[in-house]
Design a protein around this ligand. Sequence first.
Ligand SMILES: [Zn+2]
Length: 381
Amino acid sequence: MTWLILLIGTLLACGDKDGDDTGATGADGLQTQSLGSFTTDTGGLTGDIPLEVPDAASSVLVHCGDYGYDVLGTAWQIKDAAGANYYTNSFHDEYAPTKMRVGNLDDYLPVLFPVSPDHDVTGGAWTFNAWIASGGTPKTIDCAVVYRTDAVSDAATVDLNVVFVGVDGLGLDAGTAPDDADFQAALDFAQGLWADAGLSIGAVNYIDFTGNVDRFAVVDVSDDDSSELGELLKEDVGGSVRGMTVFFVQEIASSSGATIIGLAAGPPGAATVTGTSKSGMVVTTADLRAAPDQVGLILAHEGAHFLGLFHTSEKTGEQHDPLSDTPECGPDSNTDGNSYLDREECAGKGSDNVMFWAPDTASTTMTGDQGWVLRRNPAVR
Ligand SMILES: [Zn+2]
């Protein structure tokens, strides 16, 4: 779970499974395939799962679950068509750093690659081994894969399914949103932020949430329980399967007292896969009337997480994205002695990037490598 948090006026961020069509080439440029059901060993590993990566694949999304909100899953080892380690977990005997990151994710595990132009994929027989850290208790999970096989555009688009969850108090629903100046300003601001990345918004599907509005209009999360978020993201709302689903809610409430303004599944999200706890993102509308650009920033930032981008620099500066052309701000820049990197401390070192860990509306840049990743996501055309 990635959190974008508003704290005392300062943005301190972030904190029907698909794939039953075996091997069929989708006319829409995606191939989805069920990989089967796997029971983890006492170490939590699925063992090597074979992948037949098509020569035309520009991106690969393996996804496995579900295994519960009290368990974290991640990738253990990915071997490429030459049998070489493409990715190894840092606990693996053969660990070596590569231009790839995988999160530790509760309940459902999407793993996307490539996430850097320095670490592209080639077609052939790969293997994927997942690690479901359930404390020695075997977990049985279903895995599937999405291969994107159509050409990657320099001027790419992503469809949005915008879903309104109990925000009619703002006068906002599927009927009014197309003509709501603030909502459209938010979409425009998000699109402007993605412009450097060669990505724009395609079709926008306006949808009124028909599920349990009373439960989900305010999404409650805490540091160790994101089940309410996950249960909302599981809701199948219709719209474009090849697109991103964004739930606009009244508020995201957290036990820590911080105000969270956006949450994305992952990174990455389960792009083009519906019905999982990683199948979308949530954005709060609390600031929509006062600061539509702020809502647009959250949409652009969380959407980019969903599509595979990490923060240029994480909160403490000890971890960065796997991209070569994004600025890094390290722990040495933390000059005021608090526990996190401020935008001021990271001036000229990435605080102006949309994917800085704590962006504001002046964080408006994206790099070529970030665009390379975004444009080849399976949800993008
Ligand atoms: Zn973030």
